[in-house]
Design a protein around this ligand. Structure first.
Ligand code: PRP
Length: 179
């Protein structure tokens, strides 16, 4: 028989209802701000942003196109804050309006790198929409144009965020109590 693993019970930090209500508010604000846009390029950062991105984009009336980056920050041979692009976007964003969508801003290195890259490539405008902001952890400045929730420095999981690649599919934001 397979060995029974101890099941981790996450506590709820932000309920599914609160997340979905906030997403409706963010979508209304984004629609208003991009009322004149005929093509907004929405760029997610894999993998964490996917759940938030899908729910947010389904609420938008603005015509959108979708693309993705994938990055990695930690690993052998990387300095703190050294962000690697593992998957680049496919589209040309020169002269386009870009909305970057993320699940969480922590130290800020990932988003700082991507925001700088998008501007360097000549996007007409680049804005950031993040579900969570762990501001006390910030090491580089990242302006968040649309924010879901500011949070304390706790280990959050669910709704895209993982613990050892698990729990991303929780419909709420939970946290794990450290022993
Ligand atoms: C998380 C998150 C951001 C980044 C934020 O991704 O989705 O991309 O970390 O951290 P920072 O502000 O300190 O740079 P992660 O690298 O864990 O990958 P994942 O989305 O695949 O889980």
């Amino acid at each position: 028989m397979a060995q029974q693993k101890k099941k981790i019970e996450p506590k709820t930090l932000i309920s599914e209802e609160r997340i979905q209500a906030r997403i409706r508010e963010l979508a209304a604000q984004i629609d208003q701000d991009y009322a004149d846009s005929d093509r907004l390029i929405c760029v997610g950062v894999l993998k964490g942003s996917v759940f938030f991105m899908v729910d947010l984009l389904k609420q938008l009336k603005t015509p959108i196109a979708v693309d993705f980056f994938q990055t990695s920050s930690y690993g052998a041979g990387t300095e703190p804050g050294e962000v690697r692009i593992r998957k680049d976007i496919d589209m040309s964003i020169r002269g386009k309006d870009v909305l970057l969508i993320e699940d969480i801003v922590d130290t800020g290195y990932t988003l700082r790198t991507i925001l700088d890259l998008l501007r360097f490539r000549g996007a007409r405008s680049v804005k950031l929409c993040a579900l969570l902001d762990k501001e006390t952890r910030r090491e580089v400045e990242v302006p968040i144009d649309y924010l879901g929730f500011p949070i304390e420095d706790v280990f959050v999981i669910g709704y895209g965020l993982d613990y050892d690649q698990l729990y991303r599919n929780l419909p709420y934001i939970g946290y794990l109590e450290t022993e």
